[in-house]
Design a binder for this molecule. Structure first.
Ligand SMILES: Cc1cc2nc3c(=O)[nH]c(=O)nc-3n(C[C@H](O)[C@H](O)[C@H](O)COP(=O)(O)O)c2cc1C
Length: 321
């Protein structure tokens, strides 16, 4: 089977700058979903979020824009503006776990109101010029909510359904519920994209053996410590030395572009520290080495701390579990 690899949307991480750099240095990712664009009244969007998906700029990695909101009319207007911009498919975020979002019945917050979700999808799909795809969790509070959600999703002509088999309140803790996912998968009539804790080739092999009907895989957090994985899934193999070299190129390209883009060392170091929250796990003892970096806000100390990390070894073994 030919596998298709999706880069997950991650606000603050997988914006255009990251997608460009990733595509310049690594291979294997076929397509990305953008971090969410909030649907403002009359289908407006914040400039920063809108500019992230301009087709003329997104030439290195194909991207499907993701929208988020709870007003079907605003979502449809935004989806149609994106269609006119050149995006035939738009993804809706039904997974965001954060309370501030969920309490407004956005993201995973609408999953426990299935009638409202159904009405929203009905209006949205009927008004959209293009096609809709969905990214969902199993439910807001319990996985059992998914039994009600599947027939709703099945009623609409979706492009695909990305499933992250956790509940909203679970946030990112615990394990994706693979046993439950396995049980309900045959009931979903759409192409399913699996998402959640896909961190290594060994893990991919286990998942693809367990779910042989799935050809589409989405990788989020683990793309930072293991940017090699998409290419490995497609057959590439890397030596330790080559990995270190590529990790360095990856970091340096992100860093240089952030320095060009952002105002002042405080801003640059704070964005780069967020990058290292996940990237540190690319290194043996990354946790320990990351600690001094967390307190730094000037460029010289940042570069010295980073040099320490790159003097180490890539954490190859950690990923083969
Ligand atoms: C910092 C961060 C930002 C995220 N932003 C979004 C987002 O904008 N839209 C979305 O659908 N999911 C978002 N997610 C969820 C991821 O797309 C993905 O579903 C989740 O991380 C599980 O996949 P993983 O185990 O491969 O990371 C975000 C996750 C993180 C950690």
């Amino acid at each position: 089977m030919t596998h298709r690899i999706w880069l997950a949307p991650m606000q603050g991480y997988t914006e255009l700058l990251f997608r460009d750099v990733y595509a310049e240095i690594f291979s294997g990712v076929d397509i990305a979903i953008s971090p969410f664009i909030s649907a403002l009244p009359e289908g407006r969007a914040k400039d920063r979020e809108w500019n992230d998906v301009l087709p003329d700029d997104n030439t290195k990695m194909p991207v499907i824009p993701q929208i988020m909101g709870n007003v079907a009319e605003d979502l449809a207007l935004l989806a149609n503006r994106l269609y006119d911009l050149g995006h035939p498919v738009v993804n809706i975020n039904l997974g965001c776990p954060y309370k501030m979002v969920a309490k407004k019945k956005k993201g995973s917050g609408i999953l426990c109101f299935p009638d409202e979700l159904d009405a929203l999808l009905e209006t949205l799909v009927s008004r959209m010029k293009g096609r809709l795809s969905i990214k969902t969790r199993l439910g807001r509070h319990t996985r059992e909510e998914f039994h009600t959600l599947i027939p709703i999703y099945n009623r609409y002509p979706l492009e695909d359904l990305t499933v992250h088999p956790r509940t909203g309140i679970q946030m990112y803790t615990g394990e994706p519920d693979l046993a439950f996912f396995e049980e309900v998968l045959p009931e979903i009539r759409h192409r399913v994209i699996y998402n959640g804790d896909l961190w290594s080739l060994t893990r991919f092999e286990a998942l693809s053996n367990r779910f042989p009907s799935i050809s589409d895989w989405m990788i989020g957090r683990w793309i930072l410590p293991n940017p090699f994985l998409p290419a490995e899934i497609k057959g590439a193999r890397f030596e330790e030395e080559e990995k270190l070299l590529l990790l360095k190129r990856f970091h340096d390209a992100i860093y240089e572009r952030q320095v060009e883009r952002l105002d002042g060392p405080g801003h640059v170091t704070s964005v780069m520290k967020a990058f290292w929250v996940y990237f540190k796990d690319a290194f043996e003892h990354g946790d320990r080495l990351f600690k001094p970096l967390r307190r730094i806000s000037d460029i010289d100390s940042y570069e010295a701390a980073v040099a320490q990390l790159f003097a180490g070894k890539p954490a190859v073994a950690d990923f083969n579990v």
